[in-house]
Design a protein around this ligand. Structure first.
Ligand code: AMP
Length: 401
């Protein structure tokens, strides 16, 4: 299947060719014709599937065809998304796919001054990408009008729910014209999202791609068993290898992320960290340096890394293993995107072994154990003792020790 077979207009095909995409992804093949035909859509898909282009391309196409040479004014398409990083990424996608259409996109999100955003809204736009809190704020101040919205996208609806945006979302939806096309994307469909979708979608089509546990097929996964105290040394050792050109390192905590950054800096590595305690500017700066190849490594917490989209990511390293197995899948899904091969490395210390078991159960793959490395796990005396006790108790047929 080619992009030219999906009914896409010439100026957008040209922009797709500029991006270097050769083939549409499965969600694009299914969703683009449905959306061009005006259907509402429930999309079960997470980032990494090409879902942004799947909605951005038909939206740009419809607005381009309706425009009849008029200047941009009040927004006609609204995309609600949970985080500022995602808002910026979606905005960049609209800019890229729409570069030959003359349509204007803007993004609004919290954590920064509203001045520039207000000026941009006032100058007239076609597509608005927004996080719910800031948008509601601007609407309440009468700085943004939603009366012309004819297409609404709720992106990562389950995460907006998790982050407590459900009421803001509902308030925003209540302000939109009822005659519109609505798209709802969500990786999972908890009951609140099912209820929301049945109340706002009309005669919708459903498209589901790659459930969370199967996205890891194209990723080579390795595990290093290592004592907690040696994880930093092992990391430095790995980053000495030139093949690790752009490495996203996950830490469970903000404090941990700063500590990892310090260890790497002390051994002369180029590294930055992103987490919730960093300002929006610092986070964006770190992300830009990482994307442009200025720094070798980016250390991130799970929340800060949500949805970050980096084409050239060579490796993901789990410095800590997450206790929720789905988080592992989200983390390593940052590499091996859009079918590219990726490498994921996990450090597993004595206490994290149960987490590894849970992960294996979910993904039904056993990451390869790297045997010959300089810092193999040694059991401490106490752990030895507890391991021995466990075996002894199990021999007696007891499962608690
Ligand atoms: P998304 O799921 O929208 O976050 O997209 C994941 C990544 O895939 C982004 O880096 C896109 O630029 C890229 N991408 C989207 N569609 C295609 C395609 N048809 N071919 C290759 N890469 C794509």
């Amino acid at each position: 299947m080619k992009f030219t077979e999906l009914g896409i207009i010439e100026p957008i095909l040209k922009a797709i060719a500029d991006k270097g995409y050769e083939m549409p992804s499965p969600i694009q093949i299914e969703a683009i014709p449905l959306l061009i035909a005006g259907r509402d859509l429930l999309g079960c898909a997470q980032t990494g599937t090409g879902k942004t282009a799947a909605f951005a391309i038909p939206i740009l196409q419809k607005l381009y065809q309706q425009r009849h040479g008029k200047k941009a004014d009040k927004p006609k398409a609204l995309i609600l998304t949970p985080t500022r990083e995602l808002a910026l990424q979606i905005f960049e996608s609209f800019k890229a796919y729409g570069r030959y259409t003359g349509l204007k996109a803007a993004s609004v999100f919290g954590g920064v001054s509203q001045k520039r955003q207000v000026a941009e809204l006032a100058s007239g736009i076609d597509v608005l990408v927004a996080t719910p809190g800031r948008l509601l704020d601007l609407v309440n101040q009468k700085l943004c009008e939603l009366t012309n919205i004819s297409i609404l996208v709720l992106d990562e609806a389950d995460r907006m729910l998790d982050m407590g945006f459900i009421n803001d979302m509902k308030k925003i939806i209540a302000k939109l014209p009822s005659k519109r096309q609505t798209l709802l994307f969500s990786a999972t469909i908890p009951k609140e999202i099912a209820a929301l979708s049945s109340s706002i979608l009309r005669n919708h089509a459903t498209v589901a791609v790659t459930p969370v546990s199967s996205t890891v097929d194209s990723i080579d996964q390795y595990v290093y068993f290592v004592d907690k105290a040696n994880k930093g040394r092992l990391l430095v050792d790995l980053l000495n290898d030139r093949k690790l050109v752009s490495v996203l390192i996950f830490s469970k905590t903000k404090h941990g992320a700063d500590k990892i950054k310090k260890i790497l800096e002390q051994s002369g590595k180029s590294v930055k960290a992103i987490h919730g305690n960093k300002s929006q500017n610092a986070r964006q700066g770190a992300l830009n340096d990482f994307k442009s190849g200025k720094i070798q490594a980016l250390v991130a917490t799970d929340i800060a890394a949500r949805g970050i989209d980096i084409d050239q990511l060579s490796h993901v390293i789990n410095f800590d293993l997450p206790n929720i197995p789905e988080t592992y899948v989200h983390r390593i899904g940052r590499t091996g995107r859009a079918g590219a091969a990726g490498i994921a490395i996990s450090f597993c210390d004595y206490d994290e072994q149960p987490y590894l078991k849970d992960i294996q159960k979910l993904i039904k793959v056993t990451p390869k154990t790297v045997e010959n490395h300089p810092y193999p796990m040694k059991l401490s005396a106490a752990q030895h003792c507890s391991a021995k006790r466990k075996i002894a108790f199990q021999k007696e047929g007891k499962n608690r020790y």
